[in-house]
Design a protein around this ligand. Structure first.
Ligand code: FAD
Length: 545
């Protein structure tokens, strides 16, 4: 593969590269939608630039349920085309990055034989739509099998279960790997660069003025075609082109909470129904298990970190007492949490949970294309749709869409355990660390270890080399970038996260030239962020007797 490095230390050459040329295509927004468009366009030979206002994947693409799935529940809503497309796309994402689309069994507990049969009818359609292979077809468990396979489930209430295949991803890392694939194909991609105004030539939009979030520098980037892929912010960016852009999006807030695995020791992904008859997932992840998601209409300002209320947390914990035989769980057991905004295409008269997850593309009066809606899972197909629209707008023939070619870290057969076993010095790594590294970095895990194979915290799982890798290959500019979206320590290594901050900031500061004061500021910012995400605990303390 060509150069895939996104080196945070090479900012000046990056900004210069953005201003020196007129690009064929400029993508605004570095979530999964923008990353997919940049990859597709660059692989088809277009000259491509992408700008992201914050960190890559700072928005919704880091707040998902982290499933590469067809969305079985949307079948019940009649969205057959969407379910077919995303169900088929599961295989494509797996082919591109098996470490970021790991096959897992999703379990649906059933109260009775009748409800088991009803579910099986739905899952059979789903499997047909997704062309699921024989070995991955659903299976059912009776009470004895359930006792063996998933003993935590309350078998008196749910004596049967059906399990079917879904895929687990790491959403932020999928974005990073896709952007690096775009980079390898020649795209110029920059985080910390906010589109603030449009450049016009007659009545056409011909580029943007962007402001650097690190230095405040203002630069002009010129391009023949613009794609606005800013998710929940799509209308704000569209209004840079046309002030009275109509409102098309309906935002819905989705919260996830993280518990220590020992408090809810599940072995499989489990679907549970909430009190208001929605489905939520319980997803084991290393030493943790996360629960999500809520789906509530959101009318607040479009902030990067929507607040997490006590109500969200109690809503997600409620089903556990009905489905699982574990000691009661309360807000005080939650060790991490995240919240994101879904940019849904508005459907008047429908509640957020009933709205379609399909995407939509529209063209502004100056020619800028905006794409919004959709799912993480469908990013490759969405990119194809955008490129079709680019071809129509420009009258240019673009050649065939790239297939599901491997993205960085993804060129292997999918056997993560074998990959983990082959890591250099595997015998010296703490338990669990090799598999964690294989999941996060795929075939690149060995290169990460070459940069530093000792844990940042004695006995911990996060390695020194990950800091160097994040800065030199994945454009990490801040400690938050590292802890939240590269190593995932903030959410999935809560035991070692607090102890990590000092040594990680020391290493990162050495690479990026931070002063003592800057290092302290970075640590304080991450601590404040973590406290803020868990602030619902304070309201729990106030309301409990
Ligand atoms: P975003 O990821 O939000 O990216 C937009 C980017 O644009 C942001 O990074 C933002 O900083 C940037 N930006 C904004 N303004 C500017 C500007 N002026 N200049 C430059 N950049 C700018 N899908 C699945 O397939 N599976 C799931 O399990 C799943 N679960 C979900 C759970 C929840 C709770 C939610 C909310 C969504 C879920 N989804 C899931 C849907 C999926 O996460 C989204 O469809 C997808 O992440 C949207 O990506 P995006 O790139 O369009 O938006």
């Amino acid at each position: 593969m060509n150069d895939t490095a996104l080196d945070a230390r090479k900012r000046r050459p990056l900004l210069d590269a953005l201003t020196e040329t007129e690009f064929d295509l400029l993508v605004i927004g570095g979530g999964i939608t923008g990353a997919g468009v940049a990859r597709d366009a660059a692989l088809r030979g277009l000259s491509v630039a992408l700008v992201e206002a914050e960190d890559f994947a700072a928005g919704t693409s880091n707040r998902s349920s982290k499933l590469i799935h067809g969305g079985l529940r949307y079948l019940a809503m009649g969205d057959v085309a969407l379910v077919r497309e995303t169900a088929l796309e599961r295989k494509a994402v797996h082919a591109m990055a098996p470490h970021l689309a790991e096959p897992c069994w999703m379990m649906v507990p059933a109260r009775s034989r009748a409800s088991l049969l009803k579910f099986m009818a739905g899952i059979t359609v789903y499997e047909k739509l997704g062309a699921v292979e024989e070995r991955d077809l659903h299976r059912t468990w009776n009470t004895a099998e359930l006792a063996r396979e998933e003993p935590v489930i309350d078998r008196e209430a749910f004596p049967f279960a059906c399990v079917y295949r879904e895929y687990l991803t790491d959403d932020a890392r999928l974005v990073l790997a896709t952007l690096r694939a775009a980079r390898a194909a020649g795209a110029v991609v920059a985080s910390q660069l906010r589109a603030e105004a449009m450049l016009r030539e007659g009545d056409r939009i011909h580029g943007i003025e962007a402001v650097c979030g690190l230095s405040g520098e203002r630069i002009a980037i010129r391009a023949r075609t613009l794609v606005n892929a800013t998710g929940p912010w799509a209308e704000e960016v569209a209004r840079l082109e046309q002030v009275d852009e109509e409102s098309r999006l309906h935002l819905s807030k989705g919260v996830h909470i993280v518990l220590p695995a020992e408090r809810l020791p599940l072995k499989h992904l489990v679907v549970m129904n909430t009190a208001d008859k929605r489905s939520i997932f319980a997803i084991p992840h290393g030493d943790t298990v996360y629960l999500g998601t809520t789906d509530t209409s959101y009318h607040g300002d479009r902030r990067l970190w929507p607040e997490i209320d006590l109500e969200d947390v109690t809503y997600l914990l409620e089903p556990i007492a009905r489905y699982c035989r574990v000691p009661p769980l309360g807000p005080e057991d939650v060790v991490a949490a995240w919240s994101g905004l879904r940019p849904l295409i508005a459907q008047p008269g429908k509640a957020a949970k009933e709205m379609s997850r399909k995407d939509e593309i529209w063209t502004g009066p100056g020619g800028m294309l905006t794409i919004a809606g959709g799912k993480l899972t469908g990013f490759r197909k969405m990119a194809e749709d955008v490129l079709d629209a680019v071809a129509r707008e420009t009258g240019r023939s673009l050649g065939a869409a790239p297939g599901p070619t491997p993205i960085p870290g993804g060129a292997f057969d999918g056997d993560l355990e074998a990959l983990a076993r082959r890591l250099p010095g595997v015998g010296n790594l703490p338990a669990g660390a090799p598999l964690r590294l294989a999941r996060l970095y795929g075939t690149e895990a060995a290169s990460v270890l070459e940069l530093g194979a000792e844990p940042l915290v004695p006995g911990g799982q996060v390695m020194l080399g990950e800091v160097d890798w994040s800065v030199s290959m994945e454009a990490a500019h801040s400690l938050e970038d590292l802890i939240y979206r590269r190593t995932r320590a903030a959410w999935f290594s809560p035991q070692e996260c607090a102890a990590l901050l000092e040594p990680a900031a020391r290493r990162m500061g050495a690479l990026l030239g931070w002063s003592e004061a800057e290092r302290a500021r970075q640590i304080a910012a991450v601590r404040a962020r973590i406290d803020d995400e868990l602030s619902f605990r304070e309201s729990a303390a106030v309301t409990s007797p």
